[in-house]
Ligand binder design. Structure first.
Ligand code: ATP
Ligand code: MG
Ligand code: MG
Ligand code: MG
Length: 478
């Protein structure tokens, strides 16, 4: 089943159950505390927290998401993309646990000919929070899941809150057993990070009012919320990879054409060599993320979202170089990604002149400094090894960044390949210094009050610049 068809079925399923279909918000987060939209719930935060009354009691969407926190997993696990789409259904004080479980079950196990996704009920497992008897009972009663396929996990995995006083509650996750060839028995509880039991859908039950929130696992429950909400997120690419009978999300219809084209350009056969397979998957993922981010108006730069886009594009370019390609690669790959994505996002085709100009210029800028930077890097590594300190200094990483445009994770990746480490802390301190200098310069040029306003506006537009710290509002459950 094509990814676009799964998306259509999802929206149709919930539209038939009185949900208002809401188009995806931009990847640039509508919530000012986040740089990018990291989950389907982000555009609904005002309604979920009760800050604003919801204009509808039920909603459904397929939300474009970017999670840079998952960048290291890309290509290594079967299930993490930097860009992905989250199908969601939401209830604002309307139906609760039982409704959410019933609707999810009907869609997953509904017959293909009836508009469902056709999963074999015997392969489905669910997790619930430790003391969530209600949730466990509903899975048993409504879905008929045997008790041994309903597993209980702690706060780390099955509790959701925003990290601040406000709404929170247990969640319940749906897993698909891919079969004994992918790992040991025992269900998701023993194979959370493995690839046998694949997490496809998270149902969050916003049930309690919390305060004294100290960490993911330390908080106080004040009592029940007067209006309980449902927030769910199903990974579209994960479901697609299962339904398309492929091994991972980089091999689905929306991603694999880029992977295949990259392999063709490099003259390698995908599936023969682990290292080159990972690189091809990274390329396919990052090219798609670049396309989608530029499509939503992000441009490469040294701060905030622009810096993340830069990292993704440059890492893709460098991965292609490692695969042996010395020519510009984005002009070969980006149109392929556009063609794979424009069934769901027609604006990518109509806006492609602009999008491609931004991407190609970024590749050109990087290619101009890549070999000089690589020479500097090699010299630094040789010196470090000779000095018996297998580490690059923060200074060296900073000049690679500042003079040669090497994003830190390109430097980190190159260092790892050489078996040396990098003083990341030193690097970040220098970055911070530079930022502060730039701000002071800007301040000197303007009058004080105007400057504060401009900075606030920037912050509202782009979020804080420390991308790692602000990547996940929805607390990550890895
Ligand atoms: P995982 O444990 O596999 O990292 P998660 O628990 O972090 O996933 P949630 O925050 O619960 O994910 O997000 C809801 C759903 O979105 C997940 O069940 C999954 O199907 C999908 N999803 C999350 N992160 C990614 C990603 N990086 N790439 C593709 N799909 C994702
Ligand atoms: Mg989850
Ligand atoms: Mg998880
Ligand atoms: Mg995760």
């Amino acid at each position: 089943m094509q990814t676009a068809e799964i998306r259509r079925r999802f929206l149709e399923h919930f539209a038939q159950r009185d949900h208002t279909v809401v188009p995806s918000a931009s990847l640039i987060s509508p919530d000012p505390s986040l740089l990018f939209t990291v989950a389907g719930m982000v555009p609904f935060i005002p309604y979920l927290t009760g800050r604003e009354p919801a204009p509808f009691p039920r909603a459904t969407s397929v939300q474009k998401c970017v999670r840079t926190l998952d960048i290291e997993e890309v290509g290594k696990t079967t299930r993490h993309g930097t860009f992905f789409q989250m199908n969601g259904n939401f209830s604002f004080g309307d139906y609760f646990k039982e409704g959410a479980i019933q609707y999810a079950w009907e869609l997953i196990t509904g017959k293909i000919e009836d508009g469902g996704l056709g999963f074999d009920p015997d392969t489905i497992w669910a997790t619930v929070y430790l003391d969530d008897d209600e949730g466990a009972d509903a899975w048993h009663r409504i879905a008929g899941l045997p008790k041994e396929r309903i597993q209980r996990l702690g706060k780390k995995d099955n509790y959701w809150h925003t990290g601040a006083p406000g709404p929170g509650g247990p969640c319940s996750e749906i897993y698909v057993d891919r079969g004994a060839q992918f790992g040991p028995d025992g269900g998701p509880a023993v194979d959370l990070a493995g690839d046998r039991f694949l997490e496809i859908w998270n149902l969050v039950f916003m049930q309690y009012e919390l305060d004294e929130v100290r960490s993911k696992e330390e908080f106080r429950v004040l009592g029940e919320l007067p209006k309980k909400n449902i927030d769910t997120g199903m990974g579209l690419e994960r479901v697609a990879y299962l339904l398309q009978g492929v091994e991972n999300m980089y091999e689905i219809d929306e991603v694999s054409p880029v992977l295949r084209r990259a392999a063709e350009l490099a003259g390698v056969t995908y599936g023969r060599d682990h290292e080159s397979d990972v690189r091809l998957r990274v390329v396919a993922d990052h090219v798609r993320s670049g396309l989608m981010l530029i499509g939503d108006g992000v441009t490469p730069g040294n701060e905030g979202g622009g810096y993340i886009l830069r990292r993704l594009l440059r890492r893709a370019v460098r991965s292609m170089k490692l695969l042996g390609i010395d020519e510009a690669t984005l002009p070969e790959l980006l149109p392929v990604s556009r063609d794979a994505m424009s069934a769901s996002y027609p604006e990518l085709a109509t806006d492609f002149d602009r999008i491609s100009a931004v991407a190609y210029a970024e590749e050109e800028a990087f290619r101009r400094t890549l070999s000089a930077g690589t020479t500097l890097f090699d010299t630094a590594v040789t010196q470090a090894k000779a000095a018996g300190t297998p580490a690059l200094s923060g200074d060296q990483a900073f000049s690679l960044h500042d003079t040669y445009g090497f994003p830190i994770d390109v430097t980190l990746e190159m260092a790892a390949e050489q078996g040396v480490t990098v003083d990341e802390e030193g690097f970040r301190a220098l970055m911070k210094e530079q930022r502060e200098r730039a701000r002071a310069d800007a301040r000197a040029k303007r009058t004080g009050s105007v400057d504060v306003l401009a900075y606030r506006r920037l912050l509202a537009e782009h979020g804080p610049t420390d991308w790692q710290a602000y990547d996940t509002l929805r607390t990550d459950s890895r």
